[in-house]
Design a protein. Structure first.
Lengths: 102, 224
């Protein structure tokens, strides 16, 4: 495996591991904004998310009861999805259309 | 700091969709000049890594958690223009797939995290890098300090939006104090994760790192 390939495969595997395995151990306390909103009171003004009933809402896969598996699979789907979207997107952005030596 | 629908009124949210569209539009142009075939994959990997690490909420103080934003990290790794785009991709994935961050609030969140946090982080990075010796650990230290400040900067962005268009009627100054206070603490976590990640990437592929490459170029010019 080339050095370049090793770096990207390594980075991708680390991301898969973090989102797929470590995410289960993440703190479930409210984040900074939610906490402040709760303490001060404007949490009441929050509306339900448009996709609150979506298949992957709140980083869980609908239908998977086991919590560890549910968040893990959601994380893996997110990592692969982001890789595909961002990969294609940045490839297009970086394309130099007026390259002379082709 | 993913804002749910409802916190900020519709006109303000719409205005920030406009502002964010201008910022992201500029980034689409700017990133073309900073990315090439060699660094584009790193921009993709940066988005992937940020998505993954944003799932990892760490405890901050009793009953509160925080997670990486990744704005300063991305700015140092791939440059501020591509960083704005990477963060925006992550926010869109989170809002549309994972119901994290309201759809009408997307303009607000993109403005705070993809634009303010990235550019404040990048400015602080450049300033700190300037006064430190020209080596890799300085780049990591500058990235950490930039990260620490980029988080309250995003919180400040939210506060501005709250002052302009909060649907609730709570004291602006109380929101300011609480938001900045808690996000200064979350910024410590951001600084640690950013420092470690930048160090790791510099150790394996320093040739790809935007915040280091620039450094090299300046040195080369001076040496001629």
């Amino acid at each position: 495996m080339s050095k370049n390939r090793k770096f990207y495969v390594g980075g991708f595997i680390i991301s898969l591991f973090l989102a797929g395995v470590v995410s289960f151990y993440a703190s479930s306390s409210p984040d900074g904004l939610e906490k402040v909103a709760g303490d001060i009171g404007f949490i009441e003004t929050a509306k339900d998310h448009t996709y609150a009933d979506g298949a992957l809402a709140d980083y869980g896969v609908k239908g998977i009861e086991n919590e560890r598996a549910s968040v893990g699979v959601a994380g893996v789907i997110g990592v692969i999805g982001t890789a595909v979207v961002a990969g294609v997107f940045f490839k297009i952005i970086a394309r130099k259309p007026e390259k002379k030596n082709r | 700091m993913h804002i749910p629908d409802g916190f900020i009124d519709v006109p303000t949210s719409a205005a920030f969709v406009g502002l964010s569209a201008i910022g992201v539009g500029a980034a689409l142009k700017g990133a073309r000049t900073q990315l090439d075939d060699k660094t584009a994959p790193l921009a993709g990997l940066t988005a992937v890594f940020i998505f993954a690490v944003q799932m990892l909420n760490f405890p901050v103080v009793a009953g509160t958690s925080g997670h990486l934003i990744g704005a300063a990290l991305a700015a140092v790794l791939v440059g501020p223009w591509a960083a704005t785009l990477a963060l925006t991709v992550v926010l869109l994935m989170q809002a549309f797939l994972f119901a994290d961050g309201g759809l009408t609030a997307l303009g607000l969140s993109v403005f705070n995290m993809s634009i303010i946090s990235v550019w404040v982080g990048y400015a602080v990075f450049l300033l700190v890098k300037k006064i430190l010796p020209k080596n890799k650990s300085s780049v990591a230290i500058a990235a950490s300090i930039a990260a620490a400040i980029s988080v309250p900067a995003a919180a400040f962005g939210f506060w501005i939006q709250y002052v302009i268009g909060a649907t609730g009627t709570f004291s602006d100054s109380a929101v300011f104090t609480s938001m900045i206070g808690i996000h200064v603490l979350i910024g410590i976590g951001e600084a640690i994760i950013t420092g470690l990640t930048v160090t790791a990437v510099l150790a394996s592929r320093s040739d790809l790192v935007f915040g280091w490459k620039n450094n090299q170029k300046v040195l080369e010019i001076k040496n001629v």
